[in-house]
Ligand binder design. Structure first.
Ligand code: 5GP
Length: 201
């Protein structure tokens, strides 16, 4: 059986990544979103088990020590991790998994799992990125500076991603991510067992 595929999507904060991922999942219900574990508190509207599994630092540490995470990273003072069991089970079933994770975690996934496609989403320009990082202007400058620093270090990782989407326009960006997903499904290396079966007389 061809194993499941996975799509890793990363982007600096405020790039529209979540909206693009949401739209891909709506268009392709067969894709399974990898629900991460996090120590951050839920934001209004976020649903336990759908957006994240919200856990304490202590619980996160316990899971980390138990080897439960395929990857993990600290971002803006909070811990985030991907369940290795869910990832392995989904891939074994042949399901395509979508991971919305930052580049340090993405790199760990790349070392551990084969068959994934790595997509980096960028805002239309650097000026736009700075504007988006500044948010609505209510935050302290230290918070904004921390966001700049994180965005800069994330941008350095773009070199090893397979695809880059400039989010000039949401519809176009969604189509581009959808196209990447579709192309992955047609990749010969992802269709080995199907091709073998076809060739067998
Ligand atoms: P937020 O707190 O805004 O939902 O996410 C902050 C950052 O953490 C985003 O860049 C998001 O992609 C990343 N993130 C979410 N889940 C995970 C995860 O399981 N692992 C890693 N490494 N990053 C994650």
């Amino acid at each position: 059986m061809d194993k499941g595929k996975f799509i890793v999507v990363s982007a600096p904060s405020g790039t529209g990544k979540s909206s693009i991922c949401r739209r891909l999942l709506q268009a392709c219900p067969e894709i399974q979103f990898s629900v991460s574990y996090t120590t951050r508190k839920p934001r209004p509207g976020e649903v336990e088990g759908k957006d994240y599994f919200f856990i304490s630092r202590q619980e996160f540490q316990k899971r980390l020590d138990g080897g439960d995470f395929a990857e993990w990273a600290e971002s803006y003072g909070h811990l985030y991790g991907t369940s290795i069991r869910t990832m392995k089970e989904s891939l074994a079933k042949g399901t395509t998994v979508l991971l919305d994770i930052e580049p340090r975690g993405a790199k760990q996934i790349k070392k551990k799992f084969r068959g994934g496609v790595y997509v980096f989403i960028l805002p239309p320009s650097r000026e736009e990125l700075l504007l988006r990082l500044e948010g609505r202007g209510h935050e302290e400058s230290a918070v904004i500076r921390a966001r700049y620093a994180q965005a800069e270090s994330e941008l350095k990782e773009i070199s090893w991603y397979d695809y880059v989407i400039f989010n000039n326009d949401l519809e176009t960006a969604v189509h581009q991510l959808l196209s990447i997903y579709i192309a992955q499904g047609c990749k010969r290396s992802n269709l080995r067992s199907k091709i073998k079966k076809f060739m067998t007389k």
